[in-house]
Design a binder for this molecule. Structure first.
Ligand SMILES: Nc1ncnc2c1ncn2[C@@H]1O[C@H](COP(=O)(O)OP(=O)(O)OP(=O)(O)O)[C@@H](O)[C@H]1O
Length: 602
């Protein structure tokens, strides 16, 4: 069996290699043809617009030239996509094989890869992991299951399920998961080093993760999952899935990912290209607000001190007087018993209808006077932007799907702002309510319409050894008894008293290429320690560095979402980690960053 699989791989590998060479050659020829065509068109040069029939002839020849260019472009794009796919598949053509019985007793074999690949007759040689039928693989077992395709449920029996470890044309291992308990490939992957950015998890996506990645019934998906449960991984796999599902209408530019800081953006960069997709846009919340502010002529230095939560309530109440700066005739379009929000939206529509919209929307109202009318000391620029979005019922069209990571760290204002701005976009929001490092606890689901929201939980933690997982679980409050570890025990975390950081680092059983994260309570402490350790790199929130092999020093706020082979936490008994109410949350975040080793220095 393994021999015929080895043979099959050789065949596919050979085809991918030959196709890559042929497509590279074809692209070179297409480029040469395009160049020649351009020269020819330029040479034909002058436009003869003399008589009417000359004009017709000239336009017909331009049109024919355009058609040739379009055909060339289409051939070029097809060749580029196929070449990209062939090259992506060369190192690992596929990761699994399913034998499926659709009820006719005739088993059908299909191979799954990071992208799909067909032969010249469009027979599927490799199925894309995002194809509907691939869902049967992620049920993670053999036997009867079903998948959704074109709005129909298709029942199917998985008669055999195999996973492959492949290195180019070498079939290194076949894992028959018919009878296997657990997921040996998953454990193998989890034991590997974490020396840089996050990796794609296509081959080992677990069932509860798959359900989130493929959720298609609701436009809003809200995930609350424990540390290391794969939230960021799931978010990125879902980006790839959404791009596949909407491949006829969306491009990566239609997607926006909100990340906590630049170091994190860099940490996740690479996952989507590894899945054959271009990098989507990612930004921090403050940058997002600032860029929308610029479009409305509002400069927003900070979101601090905002009144969005109060404003959201206030604008639901009636306001009798005409807001300062607004033409009374516009406001008089509505009844003074209706809510301020509806009145302002009507006033806006009226102003549009009579062509009296102010040239600079930013100047629409007299903000200090309006603040007084609303009973507020001031309206910050961020408040003003929020009101402008709501009053003008602004519909953004640049983003089709918004993804938010580390959601627990955003306060109420973020959800009010995002729901106002992105009410026509798909939203995927992932976080862990116990990893909140600042602010007040809120229930994110309260900001979304339950009829449009799928709420999911992830309770298995994949990142760390069993010992580390059980250790950090003790600080996880209501998650404490929920968190499940999948990895074997490993070494127990150590708590050291008055230990010298340099000695601790020197004693770590680190091998080449492994990463160490040194986590401090504050940025100042991180800078101070980095100065004492010349070999270490300092990570800051706005800096462009991300995790690399060796020693990485950073404050806890920057370590959020990241992971290291070994983690050393300094000042473990300082107030930062023991104070109520956030001390335990901070301990939970800090202790859940290491995959193989954890040392806490008192
Ligand atoms: N199904 C999976 N297969 C392989 N690896 C996985 C899987 N799920 C998660 N992992 C790995 O577990 C680690 C944690 O994943 P990830 O960072 O996505 O979790 P998280 O829930 O976002 O964590 P945190 O909230 O602590 O930042 C990563 O190394 C990821 O590659």
């Amino acid at each position: 069996m393994a021999q015929s699989e080895a043979h099959h791989l050789q065949e596919i590998y050979q085809r991918l290699t030959t196709d890559s060479q042929r497509l590279t050659q074809q692209l070179a020829e297409l480029t040469a043809t395009a160049r020649a065509m351009k020269q020819q068109l330029n040479g034909e040069g002058h436009l003869d617009l003399g008589t009417f029939s000359d004009q017709l002839e000239t336009f017909a020849s331009i049109e024919a030239g355009n058609r040739q260019i379009d055909a060339l472009n289409a051939r070029h794009d097809t060749a580029v996509t196929r070449l990209t796919h062939a090259q992506l598949l060369l190192p690992q053509a596929y990761f699994a094989k399913l034998q499926l019985d659709f009820g006719d007793g005739d088993a059908e074999a299909l191979y799954l890869g990071k992208v799909g690949y067909t032969d010249e007759n469009t027979n599927d040689l490799i199925y894309d992991w995002r194809a509907p039928v691939a869902d049967a693989y992620y049920a993670n077992r053999t036997g009867a299951t079903s998948y959704q395709a074109n709005g129909r449920t298709i029942p199917v029996t998985v008669t055999q399920r195999q996973q492959f470890i492949i290195d180019h044309d070498q079939l290194q291992q076949v894992i028959d998961t018919n009878a296997a308990i657990g997921d040996p490939l998953l454990l193998d992957v989890l034991a590997s080093n974490r020396s840089g950015g996050l990796q794609e998890i296509t081959a080992t996506i677990q069932q509860e993760q798959n359900a989130i990645i493929r959720e298609s019934r609701q436009p809003i998906v809200l995930v609350d999952g424990v540390a290391g449960s794969g939230k960021t991984s799931v978010l990125l796999q879902r980006v790839a899935y959404q791009l596949y599902r909407h491949r006829d209408s969306w491009t990566p530019e239609d997607i926006l990912i909100l990340t906590p800081n630049v170091a994190f953006s860099r940490y996740i960069r690479g996952v989507l290209p590894a899945l054959g997709e271009a990098e989507p846009l990612s930004t921090t919340y403050l940058h997002l607000v600032q860029s929308w502010g610029r479009r409305f002529g509002v400069t927003i230095p900070t979101t601090d001190g905002n009144h969005l939560a109060e404003l959201a309530k206030i604008i639901q109440d009636p306001l009798v007087q005409t807001p300062a700066g607004l033409a009374p005739a516009a406001y008089a379009q509505s009844n003074d018993r209706t809510a301020l929000l509806s009145r302002m939206q009507r006033a806006w529509r009226w102003l549009q209808a009579v062509d009296r919209v102010p040239e600079d929307i930013n100047q629409w109202l007299d903000w200090p006077a309006f603040a007084q009318e609303l009973g507020l000391a001031e309206l910050t620029p961020y408040d003003q932007l929020y009101l402008l979005l709501r009053f003008t019922n602004f519909q953004q069209t640049t983003t089709a799907a918004l993804f938010v990571d580390e959601a627990q760290d955003y306060a109420a204002d973020t959800w009010l702002f995002l729901t106002a701005l992105y009410h026509n976009a798909d939203l995927t929001i992932v976080g862990d309510h116990r990893q909140r490092l600042t602010g007040q606890a809120i229930t994110i689901a309260d900001y979304f319409d339950p009829a449009q929201t799928a709420v999911r939980h992830l309770t298995t933690s994949y990142r760390a050894t069993g010992e580390i997982t059980r250790f950090f679980a003790q600080f996880a409050g209501d998650w404490r008894t929920t968190i499940q570890a999948v990895q074997t025990a490993g070494t127990a975390p150590q708590v050291l008293e008055n230990a010298d950081l340099k000695d601790v680092l020197a004693d770590l059983p680190v091998t080449t290429g492994q990463s160490i994260g040194v986590l401090t309570p504050s940025p100042q402490r991180a800078t101070e320690l980095a100065a004492q350790l010349p070999a270490a790199q300092l990570l800051t929130g706005e800096g462009t560095r991300t995790v690399r092999p060796g020693i990485n020093i950073m404050p806890l706020t920057v370590a959020k979402g990241l992971e290291f082979d070994f983690t050393v936490v300094t000042d473990w008994t300082a107030g930062f980690y023991t104070d109520d109410p956030l001390g335990d949350n901070r301990r939970y975040v800090a202790a859940s960053r290491g995959t193989k080793g954890l040392i806490l220095i008192k």
